[in-house]
Write a protein that binds this ligand. Structure first.
Ligand code: GLC
Length: 530
């Protein structure tokens, strides 16, 4: 580790930009020099560029290239540095070097450094040593909180831990973790829950904030929104950003998502909030938090049965691709509603977690009621959707042939009859799903399998994480351990916290974003187990 407290994290200024907790500013490298852009909801960085072509030269005009970039500073040859003085302020510190850059209107700026110059942000006087010392102290504090992991995972875990910090931004009175400063600027529903799972190890209050931020925006009907962003929430199809209309039309044809103005459809994400609340509580018991969350979680659970079960068979469906969290999954090739077996598995598990919460709040009768519901719901799922060999996925009310990793998710309930749980575990271990890098989101031998297309084959860490838990809960600790090990190795060897990975090569899928929050969060959580 370098003496300048890089904490083992090197920024390449491409996948890993120079940025800061609480800041929307991203510094990246381009052939003509460094550029600074602002990350905003559903806006390409090209539209929010603040300056480009930042280069430093010595007195004779020779370029002074970037020598290293760490969470603390971008260091130039010759001693100058770029630092965050605060989340809104980037300063250039140094003496004698000439800095030049271009503004978006095409005009150029240049000056000879002599102390601390505010490159972007409100005017102010800053002392270079104080700015550097503060940055070092901030990062030392953050890295000190990282849970310990074994040596071969340390490098990747530190990058993941850095990712979690820089993805934190102020939202609606709290600090929320965005999925990626490249493209996902908001607090997404189930992402926030996965982020909370990692933050509980370092800062349980911040973990609770991720969940509360979501619960604070519950709709009057009980639904939790898909996204909380700086302009409001995305909670039905009338809220969808314009770019999504065309994209959705490709995938769901004439589904309502393609025509938001005609028929608003609620948009949410898979129900896992009680699961996350309980995980945070287990790490850092907090009864007032449970008491505040419980009634809201109860209403959120009820919403699925009241508003998202169009055929009224007691097994809710996703009414929109976004609500499934697997927007581009081939289950959506068959129509605008879908019921893969994950949804009702989550709802059963949520009932068990609501029981745990009710017990902790000393409401034993309610707890017993929830446990009864968890059992009954699992029984209903088995009775209606187990066809003797697999759990069927319905799309627009009819069974579809596509086989996805979600078919295995009933393991998550921990309540399946032994024979069925065993059959699912064997399917997972079969060539359809098992390989060096399980679990493909679509079975390897399914005609829809595509190793690089979003949700149509690549490995996603949240699915693996939920399956690992499900395997443990269903009595397969050995397979859970192997899946955990293969998942950690895949992420470590690919070298980045990507959104999803090609299961055949283990490489980043080309369209996957980097610096992805739940990949960072769940990698850390899995790695922290020892
Ligand atoms: C993509 C994913 C969805 C996730 C969102 C934010 O849309 O499909 O599951 O919540 O990105 O990361």
């Amino acid at each position: 580790m370098s003496p300048t407290s890089s904490h083992g994290v090197q920024l390449d200024l491409v996948e890993r930009p120079f940025t800061e907790r609480g800041s929307r500013l991203l510094v990246t490298a381009a052939p003509d020099g460094l550029r600074v852009a602002r990350a905003e909801y559903e806006t390409p960085l090209a539209d929010t560029t603040e300056l480009t072509a930042l280069v430093l030269r010595d007195a004779s005009g020779h370029p002074l290239p970037v020598r290293s970039a760490t969470p603390v500073a971008v260091e130039f040859t010759g001693g100058a540095a770029l630092l965050f003085a605060d989340p809104a302020t980037l300063v250039l510190a140094g003496h004698g070097a000439r800095a030049s850059w271009r503004l978006p209107d095409g005009t150029g700026r240049s000056l000879v450094l002599d102390g601390c110059h505010v490159l972007h942000g409100p005017p102010g006087e800053w002392s270079p040593p104080a700015v550097r010392a503060a940055a070092e102290a901030r990062w030392a504090d953050w890295f000190d909180r990282m849970p310990p992991v074994r040596p071969d995972l340390t490098g990747c875990a530190r990058t993941a831990w850095w990712t979690l910090a820089v993805n934190l931004l102020p939202f609606a009175g709290r600090e929320g973790l965005v999925p990626s400063k490249y493209g996902y600027l908001g607090v997404w529903n189930w992402d926030a829950l996965f982020h909370a799972v990692a933050l509980r190890h370092a800062d349980p209050a911040l973990a609770r904030d991720q969940i509360l931020l979501l619960l604070d925006h519950q709709l009057p009907d009980g639904r939790l929104p898909d996204v909380v962003h700086e302009h409001g929430v995305l909670a039905d199809t009338t809220d969808l950003p314009r770019a999504d209309h065309a994209r959705l039309a490709e995938h769901v044809g004439s589904a309502n998502g393609a025509r938001p103005e005609r028929a608003p459809v609620p948009v949410t994400k898979p129900p896992l909030a009680a699961w996350a609340v309980w995980k945070v509580h287990e790490t850092d018991p907090d009864l007032p938090f449970l008491a505040a969350a419980y009634p809201r979680l109860v209403r959120a659970h009820a919403w699925w049965f009241a508003a998202s079960d169009p055929d009224g068979d007691g097994l809710p469906e996703y009414l929109h691709p976004y609500s499934s969290g697997l927007d581009d999954s081939p289950v959506w090739d068959y129509g605008p509603r879908a019921e893969p077996p994950d949804l009702n598995s989550y709802l059963a598990l949520e009932a068990d977690r609501l029981a745990d919460i009710a017990d902790a709040l000393d409401r034993p009768a309610e707890a017993a009621g929830w446990r009864g519901r968890a059992a009954a719901h699992t029984d209903l799922l088995v009775a209606r959707r187990w066809d003797g060999t697999r759990f069927t996925t319905l799309a627009a009310g009819a069974p579809v042939p596509v086989r996805t990793a979600l078919d295995l998710m009933p393991l998550f309930t921990g309540r399946l009859p032994t024979g069925i749980a065993g059959a699912l575990e064997r399917t997972l271990r079969s060539p359809a799903y098992w390989g060096d890098r399980p679990v493909p989101t679509v079975a390897f031998d399914d005609p829809a399998f595509d190793p690089e297309a979003m949700w149509r084959g690549p490995v996603w860490l949240n699915i693996n994480y939920l399956l690992i838990e499900g395997l443990r809960r269903s009595g397969f600790p050995g397979t859970a351990a192997e899946l955990r090990e293969r998942t950690l190795a895949m992420v470590r060897d690919a070298g980045g916290l990507y959104e999803y990975w090609n299961p055949l090569t283990g490489a980043r899928a080309p369209r996957a974003t980097s610096g992805f929050g739940w990949s960072a969060a769940l990698f850390v959580d899995l790695a922290a187990e020892g």
